[in-house]
Ligand binder design. Structure first.
Ligand SMILES: Nc1ncnc2c1ncn2[C@@H]1O[C@H](COP(=O)(O)OP(=O)(O)OP(=O)(O)O)[C@@H](O)[C@H]1O
Length: 347
């Protein structure tokens, strides 16, 4: 449904060019919920703006549902944009209009006849669970309800793609879950393709089928959720199923173990660890279900001199094991990279 090829976006700046997107290749399958994650400045918003055609790429291609957005003249771009619904962190509702009138707005702009509009608005409000709020004004709604109105409005022109920019960042955790549940439900019912820009791993865990990690405008890792969480030691595996780094005793080291329970059962994983002897201690562990896959991760404290031996024995037992990388696993700043964490070129 979406294909980005070698997408580059460079902004000229007083201190030199800022490379916001640096050769992005990305494919989102029809009907998938795809997450784009990365720190502030990684290029997420630029990517979504290029997807909607609000930003012209410096080079590369943006193909949505078979249409090359990057090559469209302005007039046809507007029509193509109607095939993409946008949901933002802060829903920009018209306060003087009722909920129904807000949802009707894009239909008015698209020239949908009045009679058709009211039926469609009713349908949309039912779809997002706000059938009883048609006559309410935005000020009378909770944050989660406002977001639902935003989603209904985004769906009004029957888009093929729903682009969500930090849709839950302003919501509490219970409302976040409800909103994400709604988005997943809409995908299931309407077959719509969803792209969610987020800095929250919980959003990816909760709803995404596939994910791309951006850093300094480049793709660092991407794939289905099942692929990235079983890619042992990868950034997304560590961030999606985190286990804490704990203080170490003298001459001790940490080893991290990952397994998918359809390959190695937790019973067998723990038996393999127990067979290493009492010198090896399980200091943290978790089992999570992501995208229908159950993945276990264990943090072991082992004698520093035995790290290689422990890893070899665990690997022989079909577990993925590696020394825990010291430091903050979420710190995506590469000291070897001349650009800072914001992706800006140093002056
Ligand atoms: N209009 C612009 N002019 C110049 N530089 C820009 C412009 N828009 C974005 N940038 C720069 O491009 C880089 C990527 O920005 P972008 O907003 O896409 O990142 P982001 O991942 O969405 O960050 P955040 O999560 O903070 O919104 C940053 O270094 C930013 O300063």
């Amino acid at each position: 449904m979406i294909e980005l090829s070698d997408l580059r976006k460079v902004y000229p700046g007083p201190a030199g060019d800022v490379v916001a997107l640096d050769g992005i290749d990305l494919v989102v399958e029809r009907g998938a919920v795809h997450g784009v994650v990365g720190r502030s400045g990684a290029g997420k918003s630029t990517l979504i703006r290029c997807l909607t055609g609000l930003e012209r790429p410096t080079s590369g291609r943006v193909v949505v549902d078979g249409t090359d957005i990057s090559a469209l003249p302005e007039q046809r771009l507007r029509a193509a944009r109607r095939r993409m619904g946008m949901v933002f962190q802060h829903v920009n509702l018209l306060d003087s209009r009722t909920v129904a009138a807000n949802v009707a707005f894009p239909l008015e702009v698209a020239g949908t006849p009045r009679a058709e509009r009211s039926g469609r608005v009713r349908e949309l409000l039912e779809l997002v669970g706000l059938g009883d709020k048609a006559g309410a004004y935005p000020a009378q709604l909770s944050g989660g309800q406002r977001q639902r109105v935003g989603i209904a409005r985004a769906l009004a022109t029957e888009p093929a793609v729903l682009l969500c920019d930090e849709p839950t960042s302003a919501l509490d955790s219970a409302t976040t879950r409800q909103t994400l549940g709604l988005i997943r439900d809409l995908r299931d019912r309407l077959g719509i393709t969803v792209v969610i820009i987020t800095h929250e791993m919980a959003v990816v865990r909760e709803i995404c089928d596939s994910v791309t990690l951006l850093e300094h405008g480049r793709v660092v890792q991407d794939g289905s959720l099942a692929e990235v969480v079983t890619d042992h030691g990868s950034r997304l595996a560590r961030e999606l199923i985190p286990v804490p780094d704990l203080p170490l005793g003298p001459s001790r080291a940490l080893v991290e173990v990952t397994y998918a329970t359809d390959e190695v059962s937790t019973h067998d994983a723990l038996a393999a660890v127990a067979a290493l002897g009492r010198d090896v201690e399980v200091v943290a562990g978790t089992i999570e279900t992501l995208a229908g896959l159950r993945v276990g991760r264990l943090q072991l404290e082992v004698p520093a001199a035995h790290v290689d031996d422990v890893i070899a024995r665990l690997t022989a037992d079909r577990l993925h094991a590696a020394p825990t990388v010291a430091g903050d696993p979420t710190d995506r700043t590469d000291p070897a990279d001349p650009r800072g964490a914001t992706g800006e070129v140093a002056a």
